[in-house]
Design a protein around this ligand. Structure first.
Ligand SMILES: Nc1ncnc2c1ncn2[C@@H]1O[C@H](COP(=O)(O)OP(=O)(O)O)[C@@H](O)[C@H]1O
Ligand SMILES: [Mg+2]
Length: 258
């Protein structure tokens, strides 16, 4: 009997706040640095940006000897390869994930679902509700909060009323925190979040160029956002990604294998 993996999504109906970015960063961190077995269902169909990113990276690897030898050393030390990324329509995400898992010889610890930004259709809501945990990146601005909370508050109420749901909790976290944002504003926003009884992760992610662009695996520069490598240690400092991963593992009650 195989162990059931946790289904996790970085999700919100707000676009461009980091759903796909954190799906890749956290999937890579858990798979390559924490020794967990990860799969990704890319349900932001048809663009499937995470799936396309992997294809692009594999092509780049073919002509880059530096990264090729780095990849071989990484996979040798881990005794495993990259994590699989499956492109699927959002309403078929769960069925496709179950099919995929049933055909795999190995156990998975976590399956990440990258969902589209338009949650307000039945198929996407069903997939959202089939997650075990959802993490919601939110920028500290009034507009971002209003559009995020308008969906998250009712979803959180639903969870509170029905303990038999798959979805156990929705956790918010700050992303793109600009050093110029006033402390009083952040405290005010956090008070609003508390009043609605929404859990907020301790770690806030800063606005940083590291998150902003996908450094391709060209040349030999250290890479932060990649589906083939974990975020480079030299770039982790100040990114708070390592702290966010610790917060997430605590919520999931998952013990790292490395
Ligand atoms: N903390 C951050 N600092 C700077 N840029 C960020 C940060 N988080 C996300 N971004 C950038 O914002 C853009 C949108 O992110 P993405 O993950 O594609 O959003 P979504 O999947 O929610 O639409 C990307 O260019 C991404 O690199
Ligand atoms: Mg996306």
């Amino acid at each position: 009997m195989k162990n059931e993996p946790l289904f996790i999504a970085f999700s919100t109906q707000k676009g461009g706040v980091g759903k796909s970015t954190f799906t890749v960063l956290v999937a890579s961190y858990l798979h390559y640095l924490k020794g967990l077995n990860v799969a990704v269902m890319d349900c932001d169909y048809p663009q499937c940006s995470v799936y396309e990113m992997r294809k692009r990276e594999v092509r780049q690897l073919e002509t880059n000897l530096h990264y090729q030898s780095k990849a071989i050393a990484l996979f040798d030390s881990l005794g495993k390869q990259t994590y699989p990324i499956v492109c699927a329509k959002p309403e078929e995400g769960i069925i496709k994930a179950r099919e995929f898992l049933a055909n795999e010889p190995t156990d998975y610890n976590v399956v990440f679902f990258d969902l589209p930004g338009t949650i307000n259709n039945d198929g996407v809501i069903a997939t959202f509700m089939a997650m075990n945990y959802v993490f919601v990146p939110m920028a500290p601005s009034r507009m971002s909060m209003e559009s995020t909370l308008s969906f998250i508050i009712p979803a959180n109420e639903l969870i509170a009323e029905h303990s038999d749901l798959n979805l156990k909790a929705i956790h918010l976290f700050w992303n793109r925190v600009d050093g110029r944002i006033k402390k009083e504003w952040l405290e005010h926003y956090e008070e609003v979040i508390r009043q609605f009884g929404l859990p907020l992760l301790k770690t806030a992610i800063p606005q940083s160029v590291r998150y902003d662009k996908e450094q391709s695996i060209e040349g030999s520069d250290a890479v932060f956002l990649s589906t083939i490598f974990p975020a480079d240690k030299t770039l982790l400092k100040g990114s708070n990604l390592d702290l966010l991963v610790d917060d997430i593992l605590e919520v999931l009650h998952l013990t790292p294998k490395l």
